[in-house]
Design a protein around this ligand. Structure first.
Ligand code: ATP
Ligand code: MG
Length: 348
């Protein structure tokens, strides 16, 4: 397909379909009108033409129902009897030949072109709320929780307060130590883990949550290792660990022992019941806790199925992880599942 043909085809599509196509490809596509959306898709397709065309043809083949949603399940699909099984390319009417290697499967996902940094409203909301309350940020992975942590740290340090940032893993603490040392300057950042103790007097200390819990225990017993009285902010990254059957108690105790004058910032992509945790914090801490939450994914998920024959195919007919009625299996995935069932019945 030439670029002109692709442009024409895109122009014939309803804008909702263009947004579905842009999801995961064009940063903040939902802000664009149809014309700019098409321009952005064409720009993007300069490098990822095959993936875009394949996803477009999948979307076009979805038949709309009176509700405007794709009609599923596909009533006219042939039954998957043995007679319809085949090992070559899938037949007309069943959909296009699916991507079969990882590059094609992941087409359209990558680093977006550079743009000026503009904080998202939820990031601003979290930072604003932190001035007066504890905050739980519960947003999907890759949304930009680090920005909130970094800005909140800057503000605390500017106000002559110290900051503790914890992560559940030594490896993650090491990575954050390197990242934050680059950002704030090496003299501003220290690290305390089971393996490392560098620059412990720095205003920003990175540590594992267990180490912080132990320091808070010691402080409660009168053994103060940290300048806890100047502590302005404790950031608990990956705080979904509070639900961990074995380690969760460490997060609970850290929160319970957190000095009253310090703000708590809990970051997570996957707390199931963040409002319950916020209510609990409000009930035990001197300040209330504000929940910042959204479910929009900046980094799309794609579900794939690796068949024992080594073929990687999309699991669903739609691009990304579908919700509700769009969750029909991709025809090729259906065929492979059915073939697998047949093979296992035969081998019994
Ligand atoms: N407002 C924004 N606009 C555009 N890009 C942003 C914005 N905020 C953060 N980013 C970028 O998003 C990427 C992911 O950010 P970050 O690592 O903070 O995600 P995260 O929410 O901590 O994810 P995870 O749950 O995986 O820890 C980074 O490259 C960051 O620079
Ligand atoms: Mg993160």
């Amino acid at each position: 397909m030439t670029t002109d043909e692709l442009e024409q085809l895109l122009a014939q599509q309803p804008v909702s379909r263009l947004h579905r196509l842009a999801h995961g490809r064009i940063h903040r596509h939902f802000r664009l009108g149809k014309r700019r959306l098409i321009e952005a898709l064409l720009r993007h397709s300069a490098e990822h033409r095959a993936g875009l065309e394949s996803d477009l043809s999948i979307l076009i083949q979805e038949r709309p129902t009176p509700t405007g949603r794709p009609e599923l399940p596909h009533k006219t699909d042939k039954p998957l009897s043995k007679a319809t099984h085949h090992h070559g390319p899938i037949q007309d009417g069943e959909g296009p030949e699916p991507p079969t290697d990882l590059t094609a499967f992941l087409a359209g996902i990558g680093i977006p072109p550079p743009q000026p940094f503009v904080p998202d409203p939820w990031q601003e909301e979290a930072l604003e709320s932190l001035k007066t309350t504890d905050v739980i940020v519960s947003v999907p992975t890759g949304s930009g929780k680090t920005y909130v942590a970094v800005e909140a740290t800057k503000r605390a340090i500017d106000a002559d307060r110290t900051v503790i940032y914890t992560s559940p893993l030594k490896a993650l603490s090491n990575t954050k130590f390197t990242e934050f040392s680059r950002l704030f300057g090496p003299d501003q950042v220290g690290i305390l883990t089971g393996d490392r103790r560098d620059n412990p007097q720095a205003p920003l200390l990175i540590m594992t949550t267990e180490i912080l819990r132990n320091l808070l225990y010691d402080a409660a017993g009168g053994e103060i290792d940290l300048r806890l009285d100047t502590l302005g902010l404790i950031i608990l990254d990956e705080s979904q660990y509070i639900a961990d059957p074995e380690r969760g108690v460490v997060w609970e105790e850290t929160i319970i022992f957190c000095p009253g004058q310090a703000r708590l910032l809990l970051l997570s992509a996957s707390i199931g019941n963040p409002q319950d945790i916020a209510d609990w914090l409000t009930s035990i801490r001197p300040t209330s806790c504000h929940l910042v939450q959204h479910h929009r994914r900046s980094v799309p998920l794609r579900a794939g199925y690796l068949h024992p024959n080594g073929k990687l195919v999309p699991l669903f007919r739609t691009v990304g992880i579908p919700k509700g009625p769009t969750s029909a299996l991709h025809p090729e995935a259906k065929r492979l599942f059915a073939q697998y069932e047949d093979d296992s019945v035969r081998s019994r």
